[in-house]
Every structure is written in structure tokens, then in C-alpha cells.
Design a protein around this ligand. Structure first.
Ligand code: KG4
Ligand code: ZN
Length: 357
């Protein structure tokens, strides 16, 4: 603990502005992707992601293995992000000297995974004497929509759909985000992954369902949609309904109907999600609509949202694929706004597995 020693950075006060660009090095390690990104003046110069394939054989992320893989990946990933951002600078040290602040994912996520990124960011901040910015992973998924030139205007609604969360967020400004609806049980990504598991597909099954759905009939099979009040979601019933349906079939049914099964499952999940988006637009009057999180990489969801937007005269925004799944660029862009708001962390900060916001 550094307590009140002069090693801590003042919270809520920005360091003196040096003129020129503000350069942020960001680290993401909340689950099973190790990522680092460099952002100058809100522009992403690099975004490196090391995927962990070790989990595939276990049908889900094994926390202990994830932490160990982060330990192995974090230095090469940060090195790659810095050398891509600053090819003109000859040494790692010269590249590190250009950094104005170090950002990291503080919550939520797997605690062992978060610890690796947090500890690395703190050590770097301490050794370089630079301020530290703690970022909330779900806030960052929403703000991934602010990367690039085609940004939504505020206020906007964001459907954030990942492996751990399903939320509708009302964004009034970059740092004024309010969750107005969320899942009461499984997340949309879990619905994809658990359904895929029932079909015998490996983890993570979401992208595979997406792939097979492209060749299937979305109306071939009908699965129950939950009736949940307000803007909340539920996905656990869908998983059970698919399981019971499959258990009633003859051997070989899955193999013979894989494309149609995937298309029908995907269609049901998208319907559940977009019905609530429509309701949120009706309730708030906000017609700028974004999506975020790993499931927003789903091609069916992207197309359906776009079509729905055209039909209802909404302005829809869909981040590039690389900014949908876990990545450090979204941490960097969030930190960029926090930097100017003076939202810095002390070196005492620690990770939190579950975090409300
Ligand atoms: O945001 P993310 O990368 O990690 C979390 O914070 O959870 O989301 C991962 C989730 C997984 O459930 C994965 O299956 C799902 O996103 N996913 C997809 C697709 N790509 C990733 N689900 C459906 N279709 C996809 N193309
Ligand atoms: Zn995520």
C-alpha cells in the first residue's frame, strides 16, 4: 500500500497539459483476451489482441489458465502496440516515454485475469511516474462506438451484448451512462454459447452459430420467447427450450439440420434483443442506436438492426468487428474522456470481479 506517500497520483485533477496530443496506453485483460492499444488525441494508433485458444478443449474459459496466458502475453502485446504506434522511435523505453497516462480494465471480469492487467498498469505507472486511469469494461464497450469518424450524437441508446452482460444503456455524454434495462439471468452471449454446446459445437459457439445460420432457414424451428417486463431480458428459458426440443429428436437430427437450427436459434435471440430496443426507443424518444460487445459481431444482429433502423428512421451505429469483442482500443477511448474529466486512480486501486455502474 502506498497510502498517502508522494507515489500516489492526485485523484480528480488532471496532470498539467503539455500541449500537443494526449497519448494513452491501454490494457484489457478482463477475460480471455490480452489486449493493448495506443490512442493519441482520441485516435487509435494500434490495437493488439492475443486470443487464448487453450480454453477451447474445456468448453469454456478456465480462469486459472486465463491468468497464466495473460502473464505470458501481456509484455509482447504491449510491445507490439507501442512499436506499431511509434515505428519512428527506436527503443521500448523511448516509446514508453511518449505515454501521458496508462489505462486498464478494473472491472468487471475474472479476478485473476483482471489482476494481471491491473498490476502491470500500476507497475508501469509507478515506474514511469505517469497517471493511472481505471476503466469499467462495460462502459468501454459502449464507448467503442466513439472510435472513428462516424460517431453517434448524444444522447444515444446502446444495446450492449457480451458473454457476461446484456444491457440497454442510455448515454447522455461519454461519462454519463445509465443502464435502463438488463438481463435477469443469462447474457445474450451465454445464450449463443450454451445453445451451441447443446448442438455439440465447441466454445465459444456464438461465432459458429453465426456461420451456420447464414445457410439456414430462420423460421424452420420455433423456440419460446420470454415475456419479461420493462426493458429487461431473460435467456435461460431459451436454453431449456432448445435442450428439450433436441432431446425429443432422433439420433442424427442435429447433423442433418444444423444450419436451420443455428438460423432459428439466432433469429430468436435477435428478436428478443430488438423488441426491447424498440421499446427503449418508444420510452426514451432517443433514435440514435448503437450496439456493442462481442455479440454485436453477429452478422444477423448487425443486419437486423440496420433494417429495423431504416424502417423506423433511426440512426444506427455499428462498431467495426475488432472493436466489438474484447479489445484495449475501447479502454483507450474511454480513458481519453476520463483524462479530460480528471478521473484518475491512485496506485492503491485494485480489480473488482463484479462492479455496478
Ligand atoms: O464482449 P466479449 O468479447 O467478451 C465478454 O466481455 O464477454 O463477448 C464474448 C461473447 C461470447 O459469448 C461469444 O460467443 C460472443 O460474444 N460472440 C458472438 C459472435 N462473436 C462473438 N456471438 C454471436 N455471433 C458472433 N459472431
Ligand atoms: Zn466484453
Amino acid at each position: 500500500m502506498f497510502g498517502n506517500s508522494d507515489l500516489t497520483f492526485e485523484t480528480n485533477s488532471a496532470p498539467p497539459f503539455r500541449g500537443g496530443g494526449v497519448t494513452i496506453l491501454a490494457i484489457e485483460s478482463s477475460c480471455d483476451e490480452t489486449s493493448a492499444s495506443v490512442c493519441v488525441d482520441g485516435k487509435i494508433l494500434s490495437n493488439f489482441i492475443a486470443n487464448q485458444t487453450v480454453h477451447e478443449q474445456y468448453g469454456g474459459v478456465v480462469p486459472e489458465l486465463a491468468s497464466r496466458a495473460h502473464m505470458q502475453n501481456i509484455v509482447p502485446v504491449i510491445d507490439a502496440a507501442l512499436s506499431t504506434a511509434f515505428p519512428q522511435l527506436p527503443t521500448p523505453n523511448s516509446r514508453l516515454q511518449t505515454i501521458d497516462a496508462i489505462a486498464f480494465t478494473q472491472a468487471p471480469g475474472l479476478i485473476g485475469s483482471l489482476l494481471v492487467g491491473t498490476q502491470f498498469a500500476k507497475s508501469l505507472a509507478l515506474s514511469l511516474n505517469k497517471p493511472l486511469i481505471a476503466v469499467h469494461h462495460m462502459q468501454a464497450h459502449v464507448l467503442a462506438n466513439l472510435i472513428g469518424d462516424d460517431k453517434p450524437e448524444f444522447p444515444f441508446l446502446c444495446l450492449t451484448v457480451s458473454g457476461g452482460h446484456t444491457q440497454i444503456v442510455l448515454a447522455n455524454s461519454p461519462l454519463d451512462l445509465k443502464v435502463i434495462g438488463e438481463t435477469i439471468d443469462d447474457a445474450a452471449g451465454e445464450a449463443f454459447d450454451k445453445s451451441a454446446k447443446i448442438l455439440g459445437l465447441p466454445y465459444p459457439g456464438g461465432p459458429l452459430i453465426d456461420k451456420y445460420a447464414k445457410e439456414g432457414n430462420p423460421l424452420a424451428f420455433k423456440f419460446a420467447e420470454p415475456q419479461i417486463p420493462e426493458l429487461n431480458f431473460s435467456f435461460s428459458g431459451l436454453k431449456t427450450s432448445i435442450l428439450y426440443f433436441i432431446q425429443k429428436q432422433e439420433p442424427g437430427f442435429i447433423e442433418q439440420n444444423l444450419n436451420d437450427l443455428c438460423a432459428s436459434i439466432q433469429y430468436t435471440i435477435i428478436n428478443i434483443l430488438l423488441k426491447k430496443v424498440k421499446k427503449a426507443v418508444q420510452q426514451t424518444g432517443v433514435k440514435n442506436i448503437c450496439i456493442a460487445g462481442g455479440v454485436s459481431a453477429n452478422s444477423g444482429l448487425r443486419t437486423a438492426l440496420q433494417e429495423m433502423g431504416e424502417k423506423h428512421h433511426w440512426k444506427t451505429f455499428i462498431p467495426k468487428f475488432e472493436y466489438c469483442t474484447d479489445n484495449a482500443a475501447m479502454i483507450a477511448i474511454t480513458a481519453y474522456y476520463k483524462y479530460f474529466a480528471g478521473e484518475f486512480s491512485s496506485l492503491e486501486v485494485g480489480p473488482t470481479a463484479r462492479a455496478e455502474w
